[in-house]
Design a protein. Sequence first.
Length: 532
Amino acid sequence: MTIGRVNPEFRLEDQGITGLGKVHYNLLEPALIEAALKRGEGTLGLGGALLVSTGKFTGRSPKDKFIVRSDATEDTVWWENNGAMSPEHFETLYADMLDYLQGREVFVEDLVGGADPALAINVRMVTELAWHSLFNRTMLRRPDRAALDRFTADFTLINCPGFRADPARHGCRSDTVVVLDFDRKLILVANTGYAGENKKSIFTLLNYLLPEQGVMPMHCSANHAEGNPVDTAVFFGLSGTGKTTLSADPERTLIGDDEHGWSDRGTFNFEGGCYAKTINLDPEAEPEIHATTAKFGTVIENMVFDPETLEIDFADDSLTANTRCAYPLHYISNASETGLGGHPKNIIMLTCDAFGVLPPIARLTPAQAMYHFLSGFTSKVAGTERGVTEPEPTFSTCFGAPFMPRRPEVYGNLLKEKIARHGATCWLVNTGWTGGAHGTGSRMPIKATRALLTAALDGSLGEVEFRKDANFGFQVPVSVPGVPEVLLDPRRTWDDPAAYDRQAARLVEMFADNFAQYLPFIDEDVKAAAIG
């Protein structure tokens, strides 16, 4: 039985997917919530939000992610960073997943990745969970209803949380698997209820396809000055560094909170929604994001709530520290209607420094920007990936290594070329620790971070006095109105300056050791930045 609006010439049967039970095509939010509740997948929360649990998988499983290794991908994929699966193993996995789906009810959403029509891809998302379908519909871009009558997919994702992979039979690591086949134009996800795997798979796909068209895919949030898309800013950073929070500036228009492209025409959002961390979400510091948790159709993952009043406990991380809510972009009052912006005027690289060494903000030369982009230093925050329970310092190249199928130099050279062509100003912003490392110091005050970013974006920060950092050579402001002067000099925030010096020396050495892998591929100016 088929329910919902769909291109009559592009049903699942036309894709060779037959023998299913009831198939729901392109249901709208009320119908998806109704189906999820009937199927016992979640609880209706305040304002019509859907409260769900993702089970034992409360974060991504990066070690279970693969790309099919074929003649076409042999020389284009960064295999040192991406697990390989043979075409034969993929075909067996695909056949077994289709057998699993025989007679089962499935939900299909035909969606779009990319706000720029010239660069967008059509994706068909197939899942056995109604709430996953709601999540997918929220996070990707939703075509007009009339467009569904002629929709055909460039790629299809099939997600079966109830299917367990067999490592021996399917050539994977465990009974959980996420695999992309660029030749077959298929993405398979199995044995995980974490919906974030769906959106990050599409991000990985775009990260592979777009560089061939000269487009820089970016793991970043973005906004622009109100009424002035020419004044666009992008915020690179891994989960937990503040991409969503810091781009949600009431004085600027939000383009998007996580994934964007930079083409010859400017910046464009990949998504149609936001996926915000909610642990300790403060209604005063982040009022609009907080308000989405009581709006119709918002998907709230793994948050503890009172079963009688349905009130959410934002401080309770007993299920996971990676509590999240997914909501459509238009739930933010100052969100862009088009998802488009100009060429970035400011590029902010967010890092969560668990060592407590880096200043709250630093100005980078283009060569230093390339160095820090390829380094991608940050700390994995608790819960984002399975097994991470406290901040772990890490280098994640391009601020998104788990989603980068091509070698880092591909993305780095694209960034370098676009900075040179469009003259962006680059900043490194530390949202991590100050006054000591994790366990001793404290998190950087968000009020100070916002004040520094405001000054950077309005141009006033460029007018203050700067000093050269002794450890990394970048420029650090000496004094900024509204920011405690001591905060701008990390060494002064430590009780023991000698301990800071030892920690800084350790971090510099870690940077150097990590960056050695890129020295054969980079220009001399970036090498000079690498050695200070």
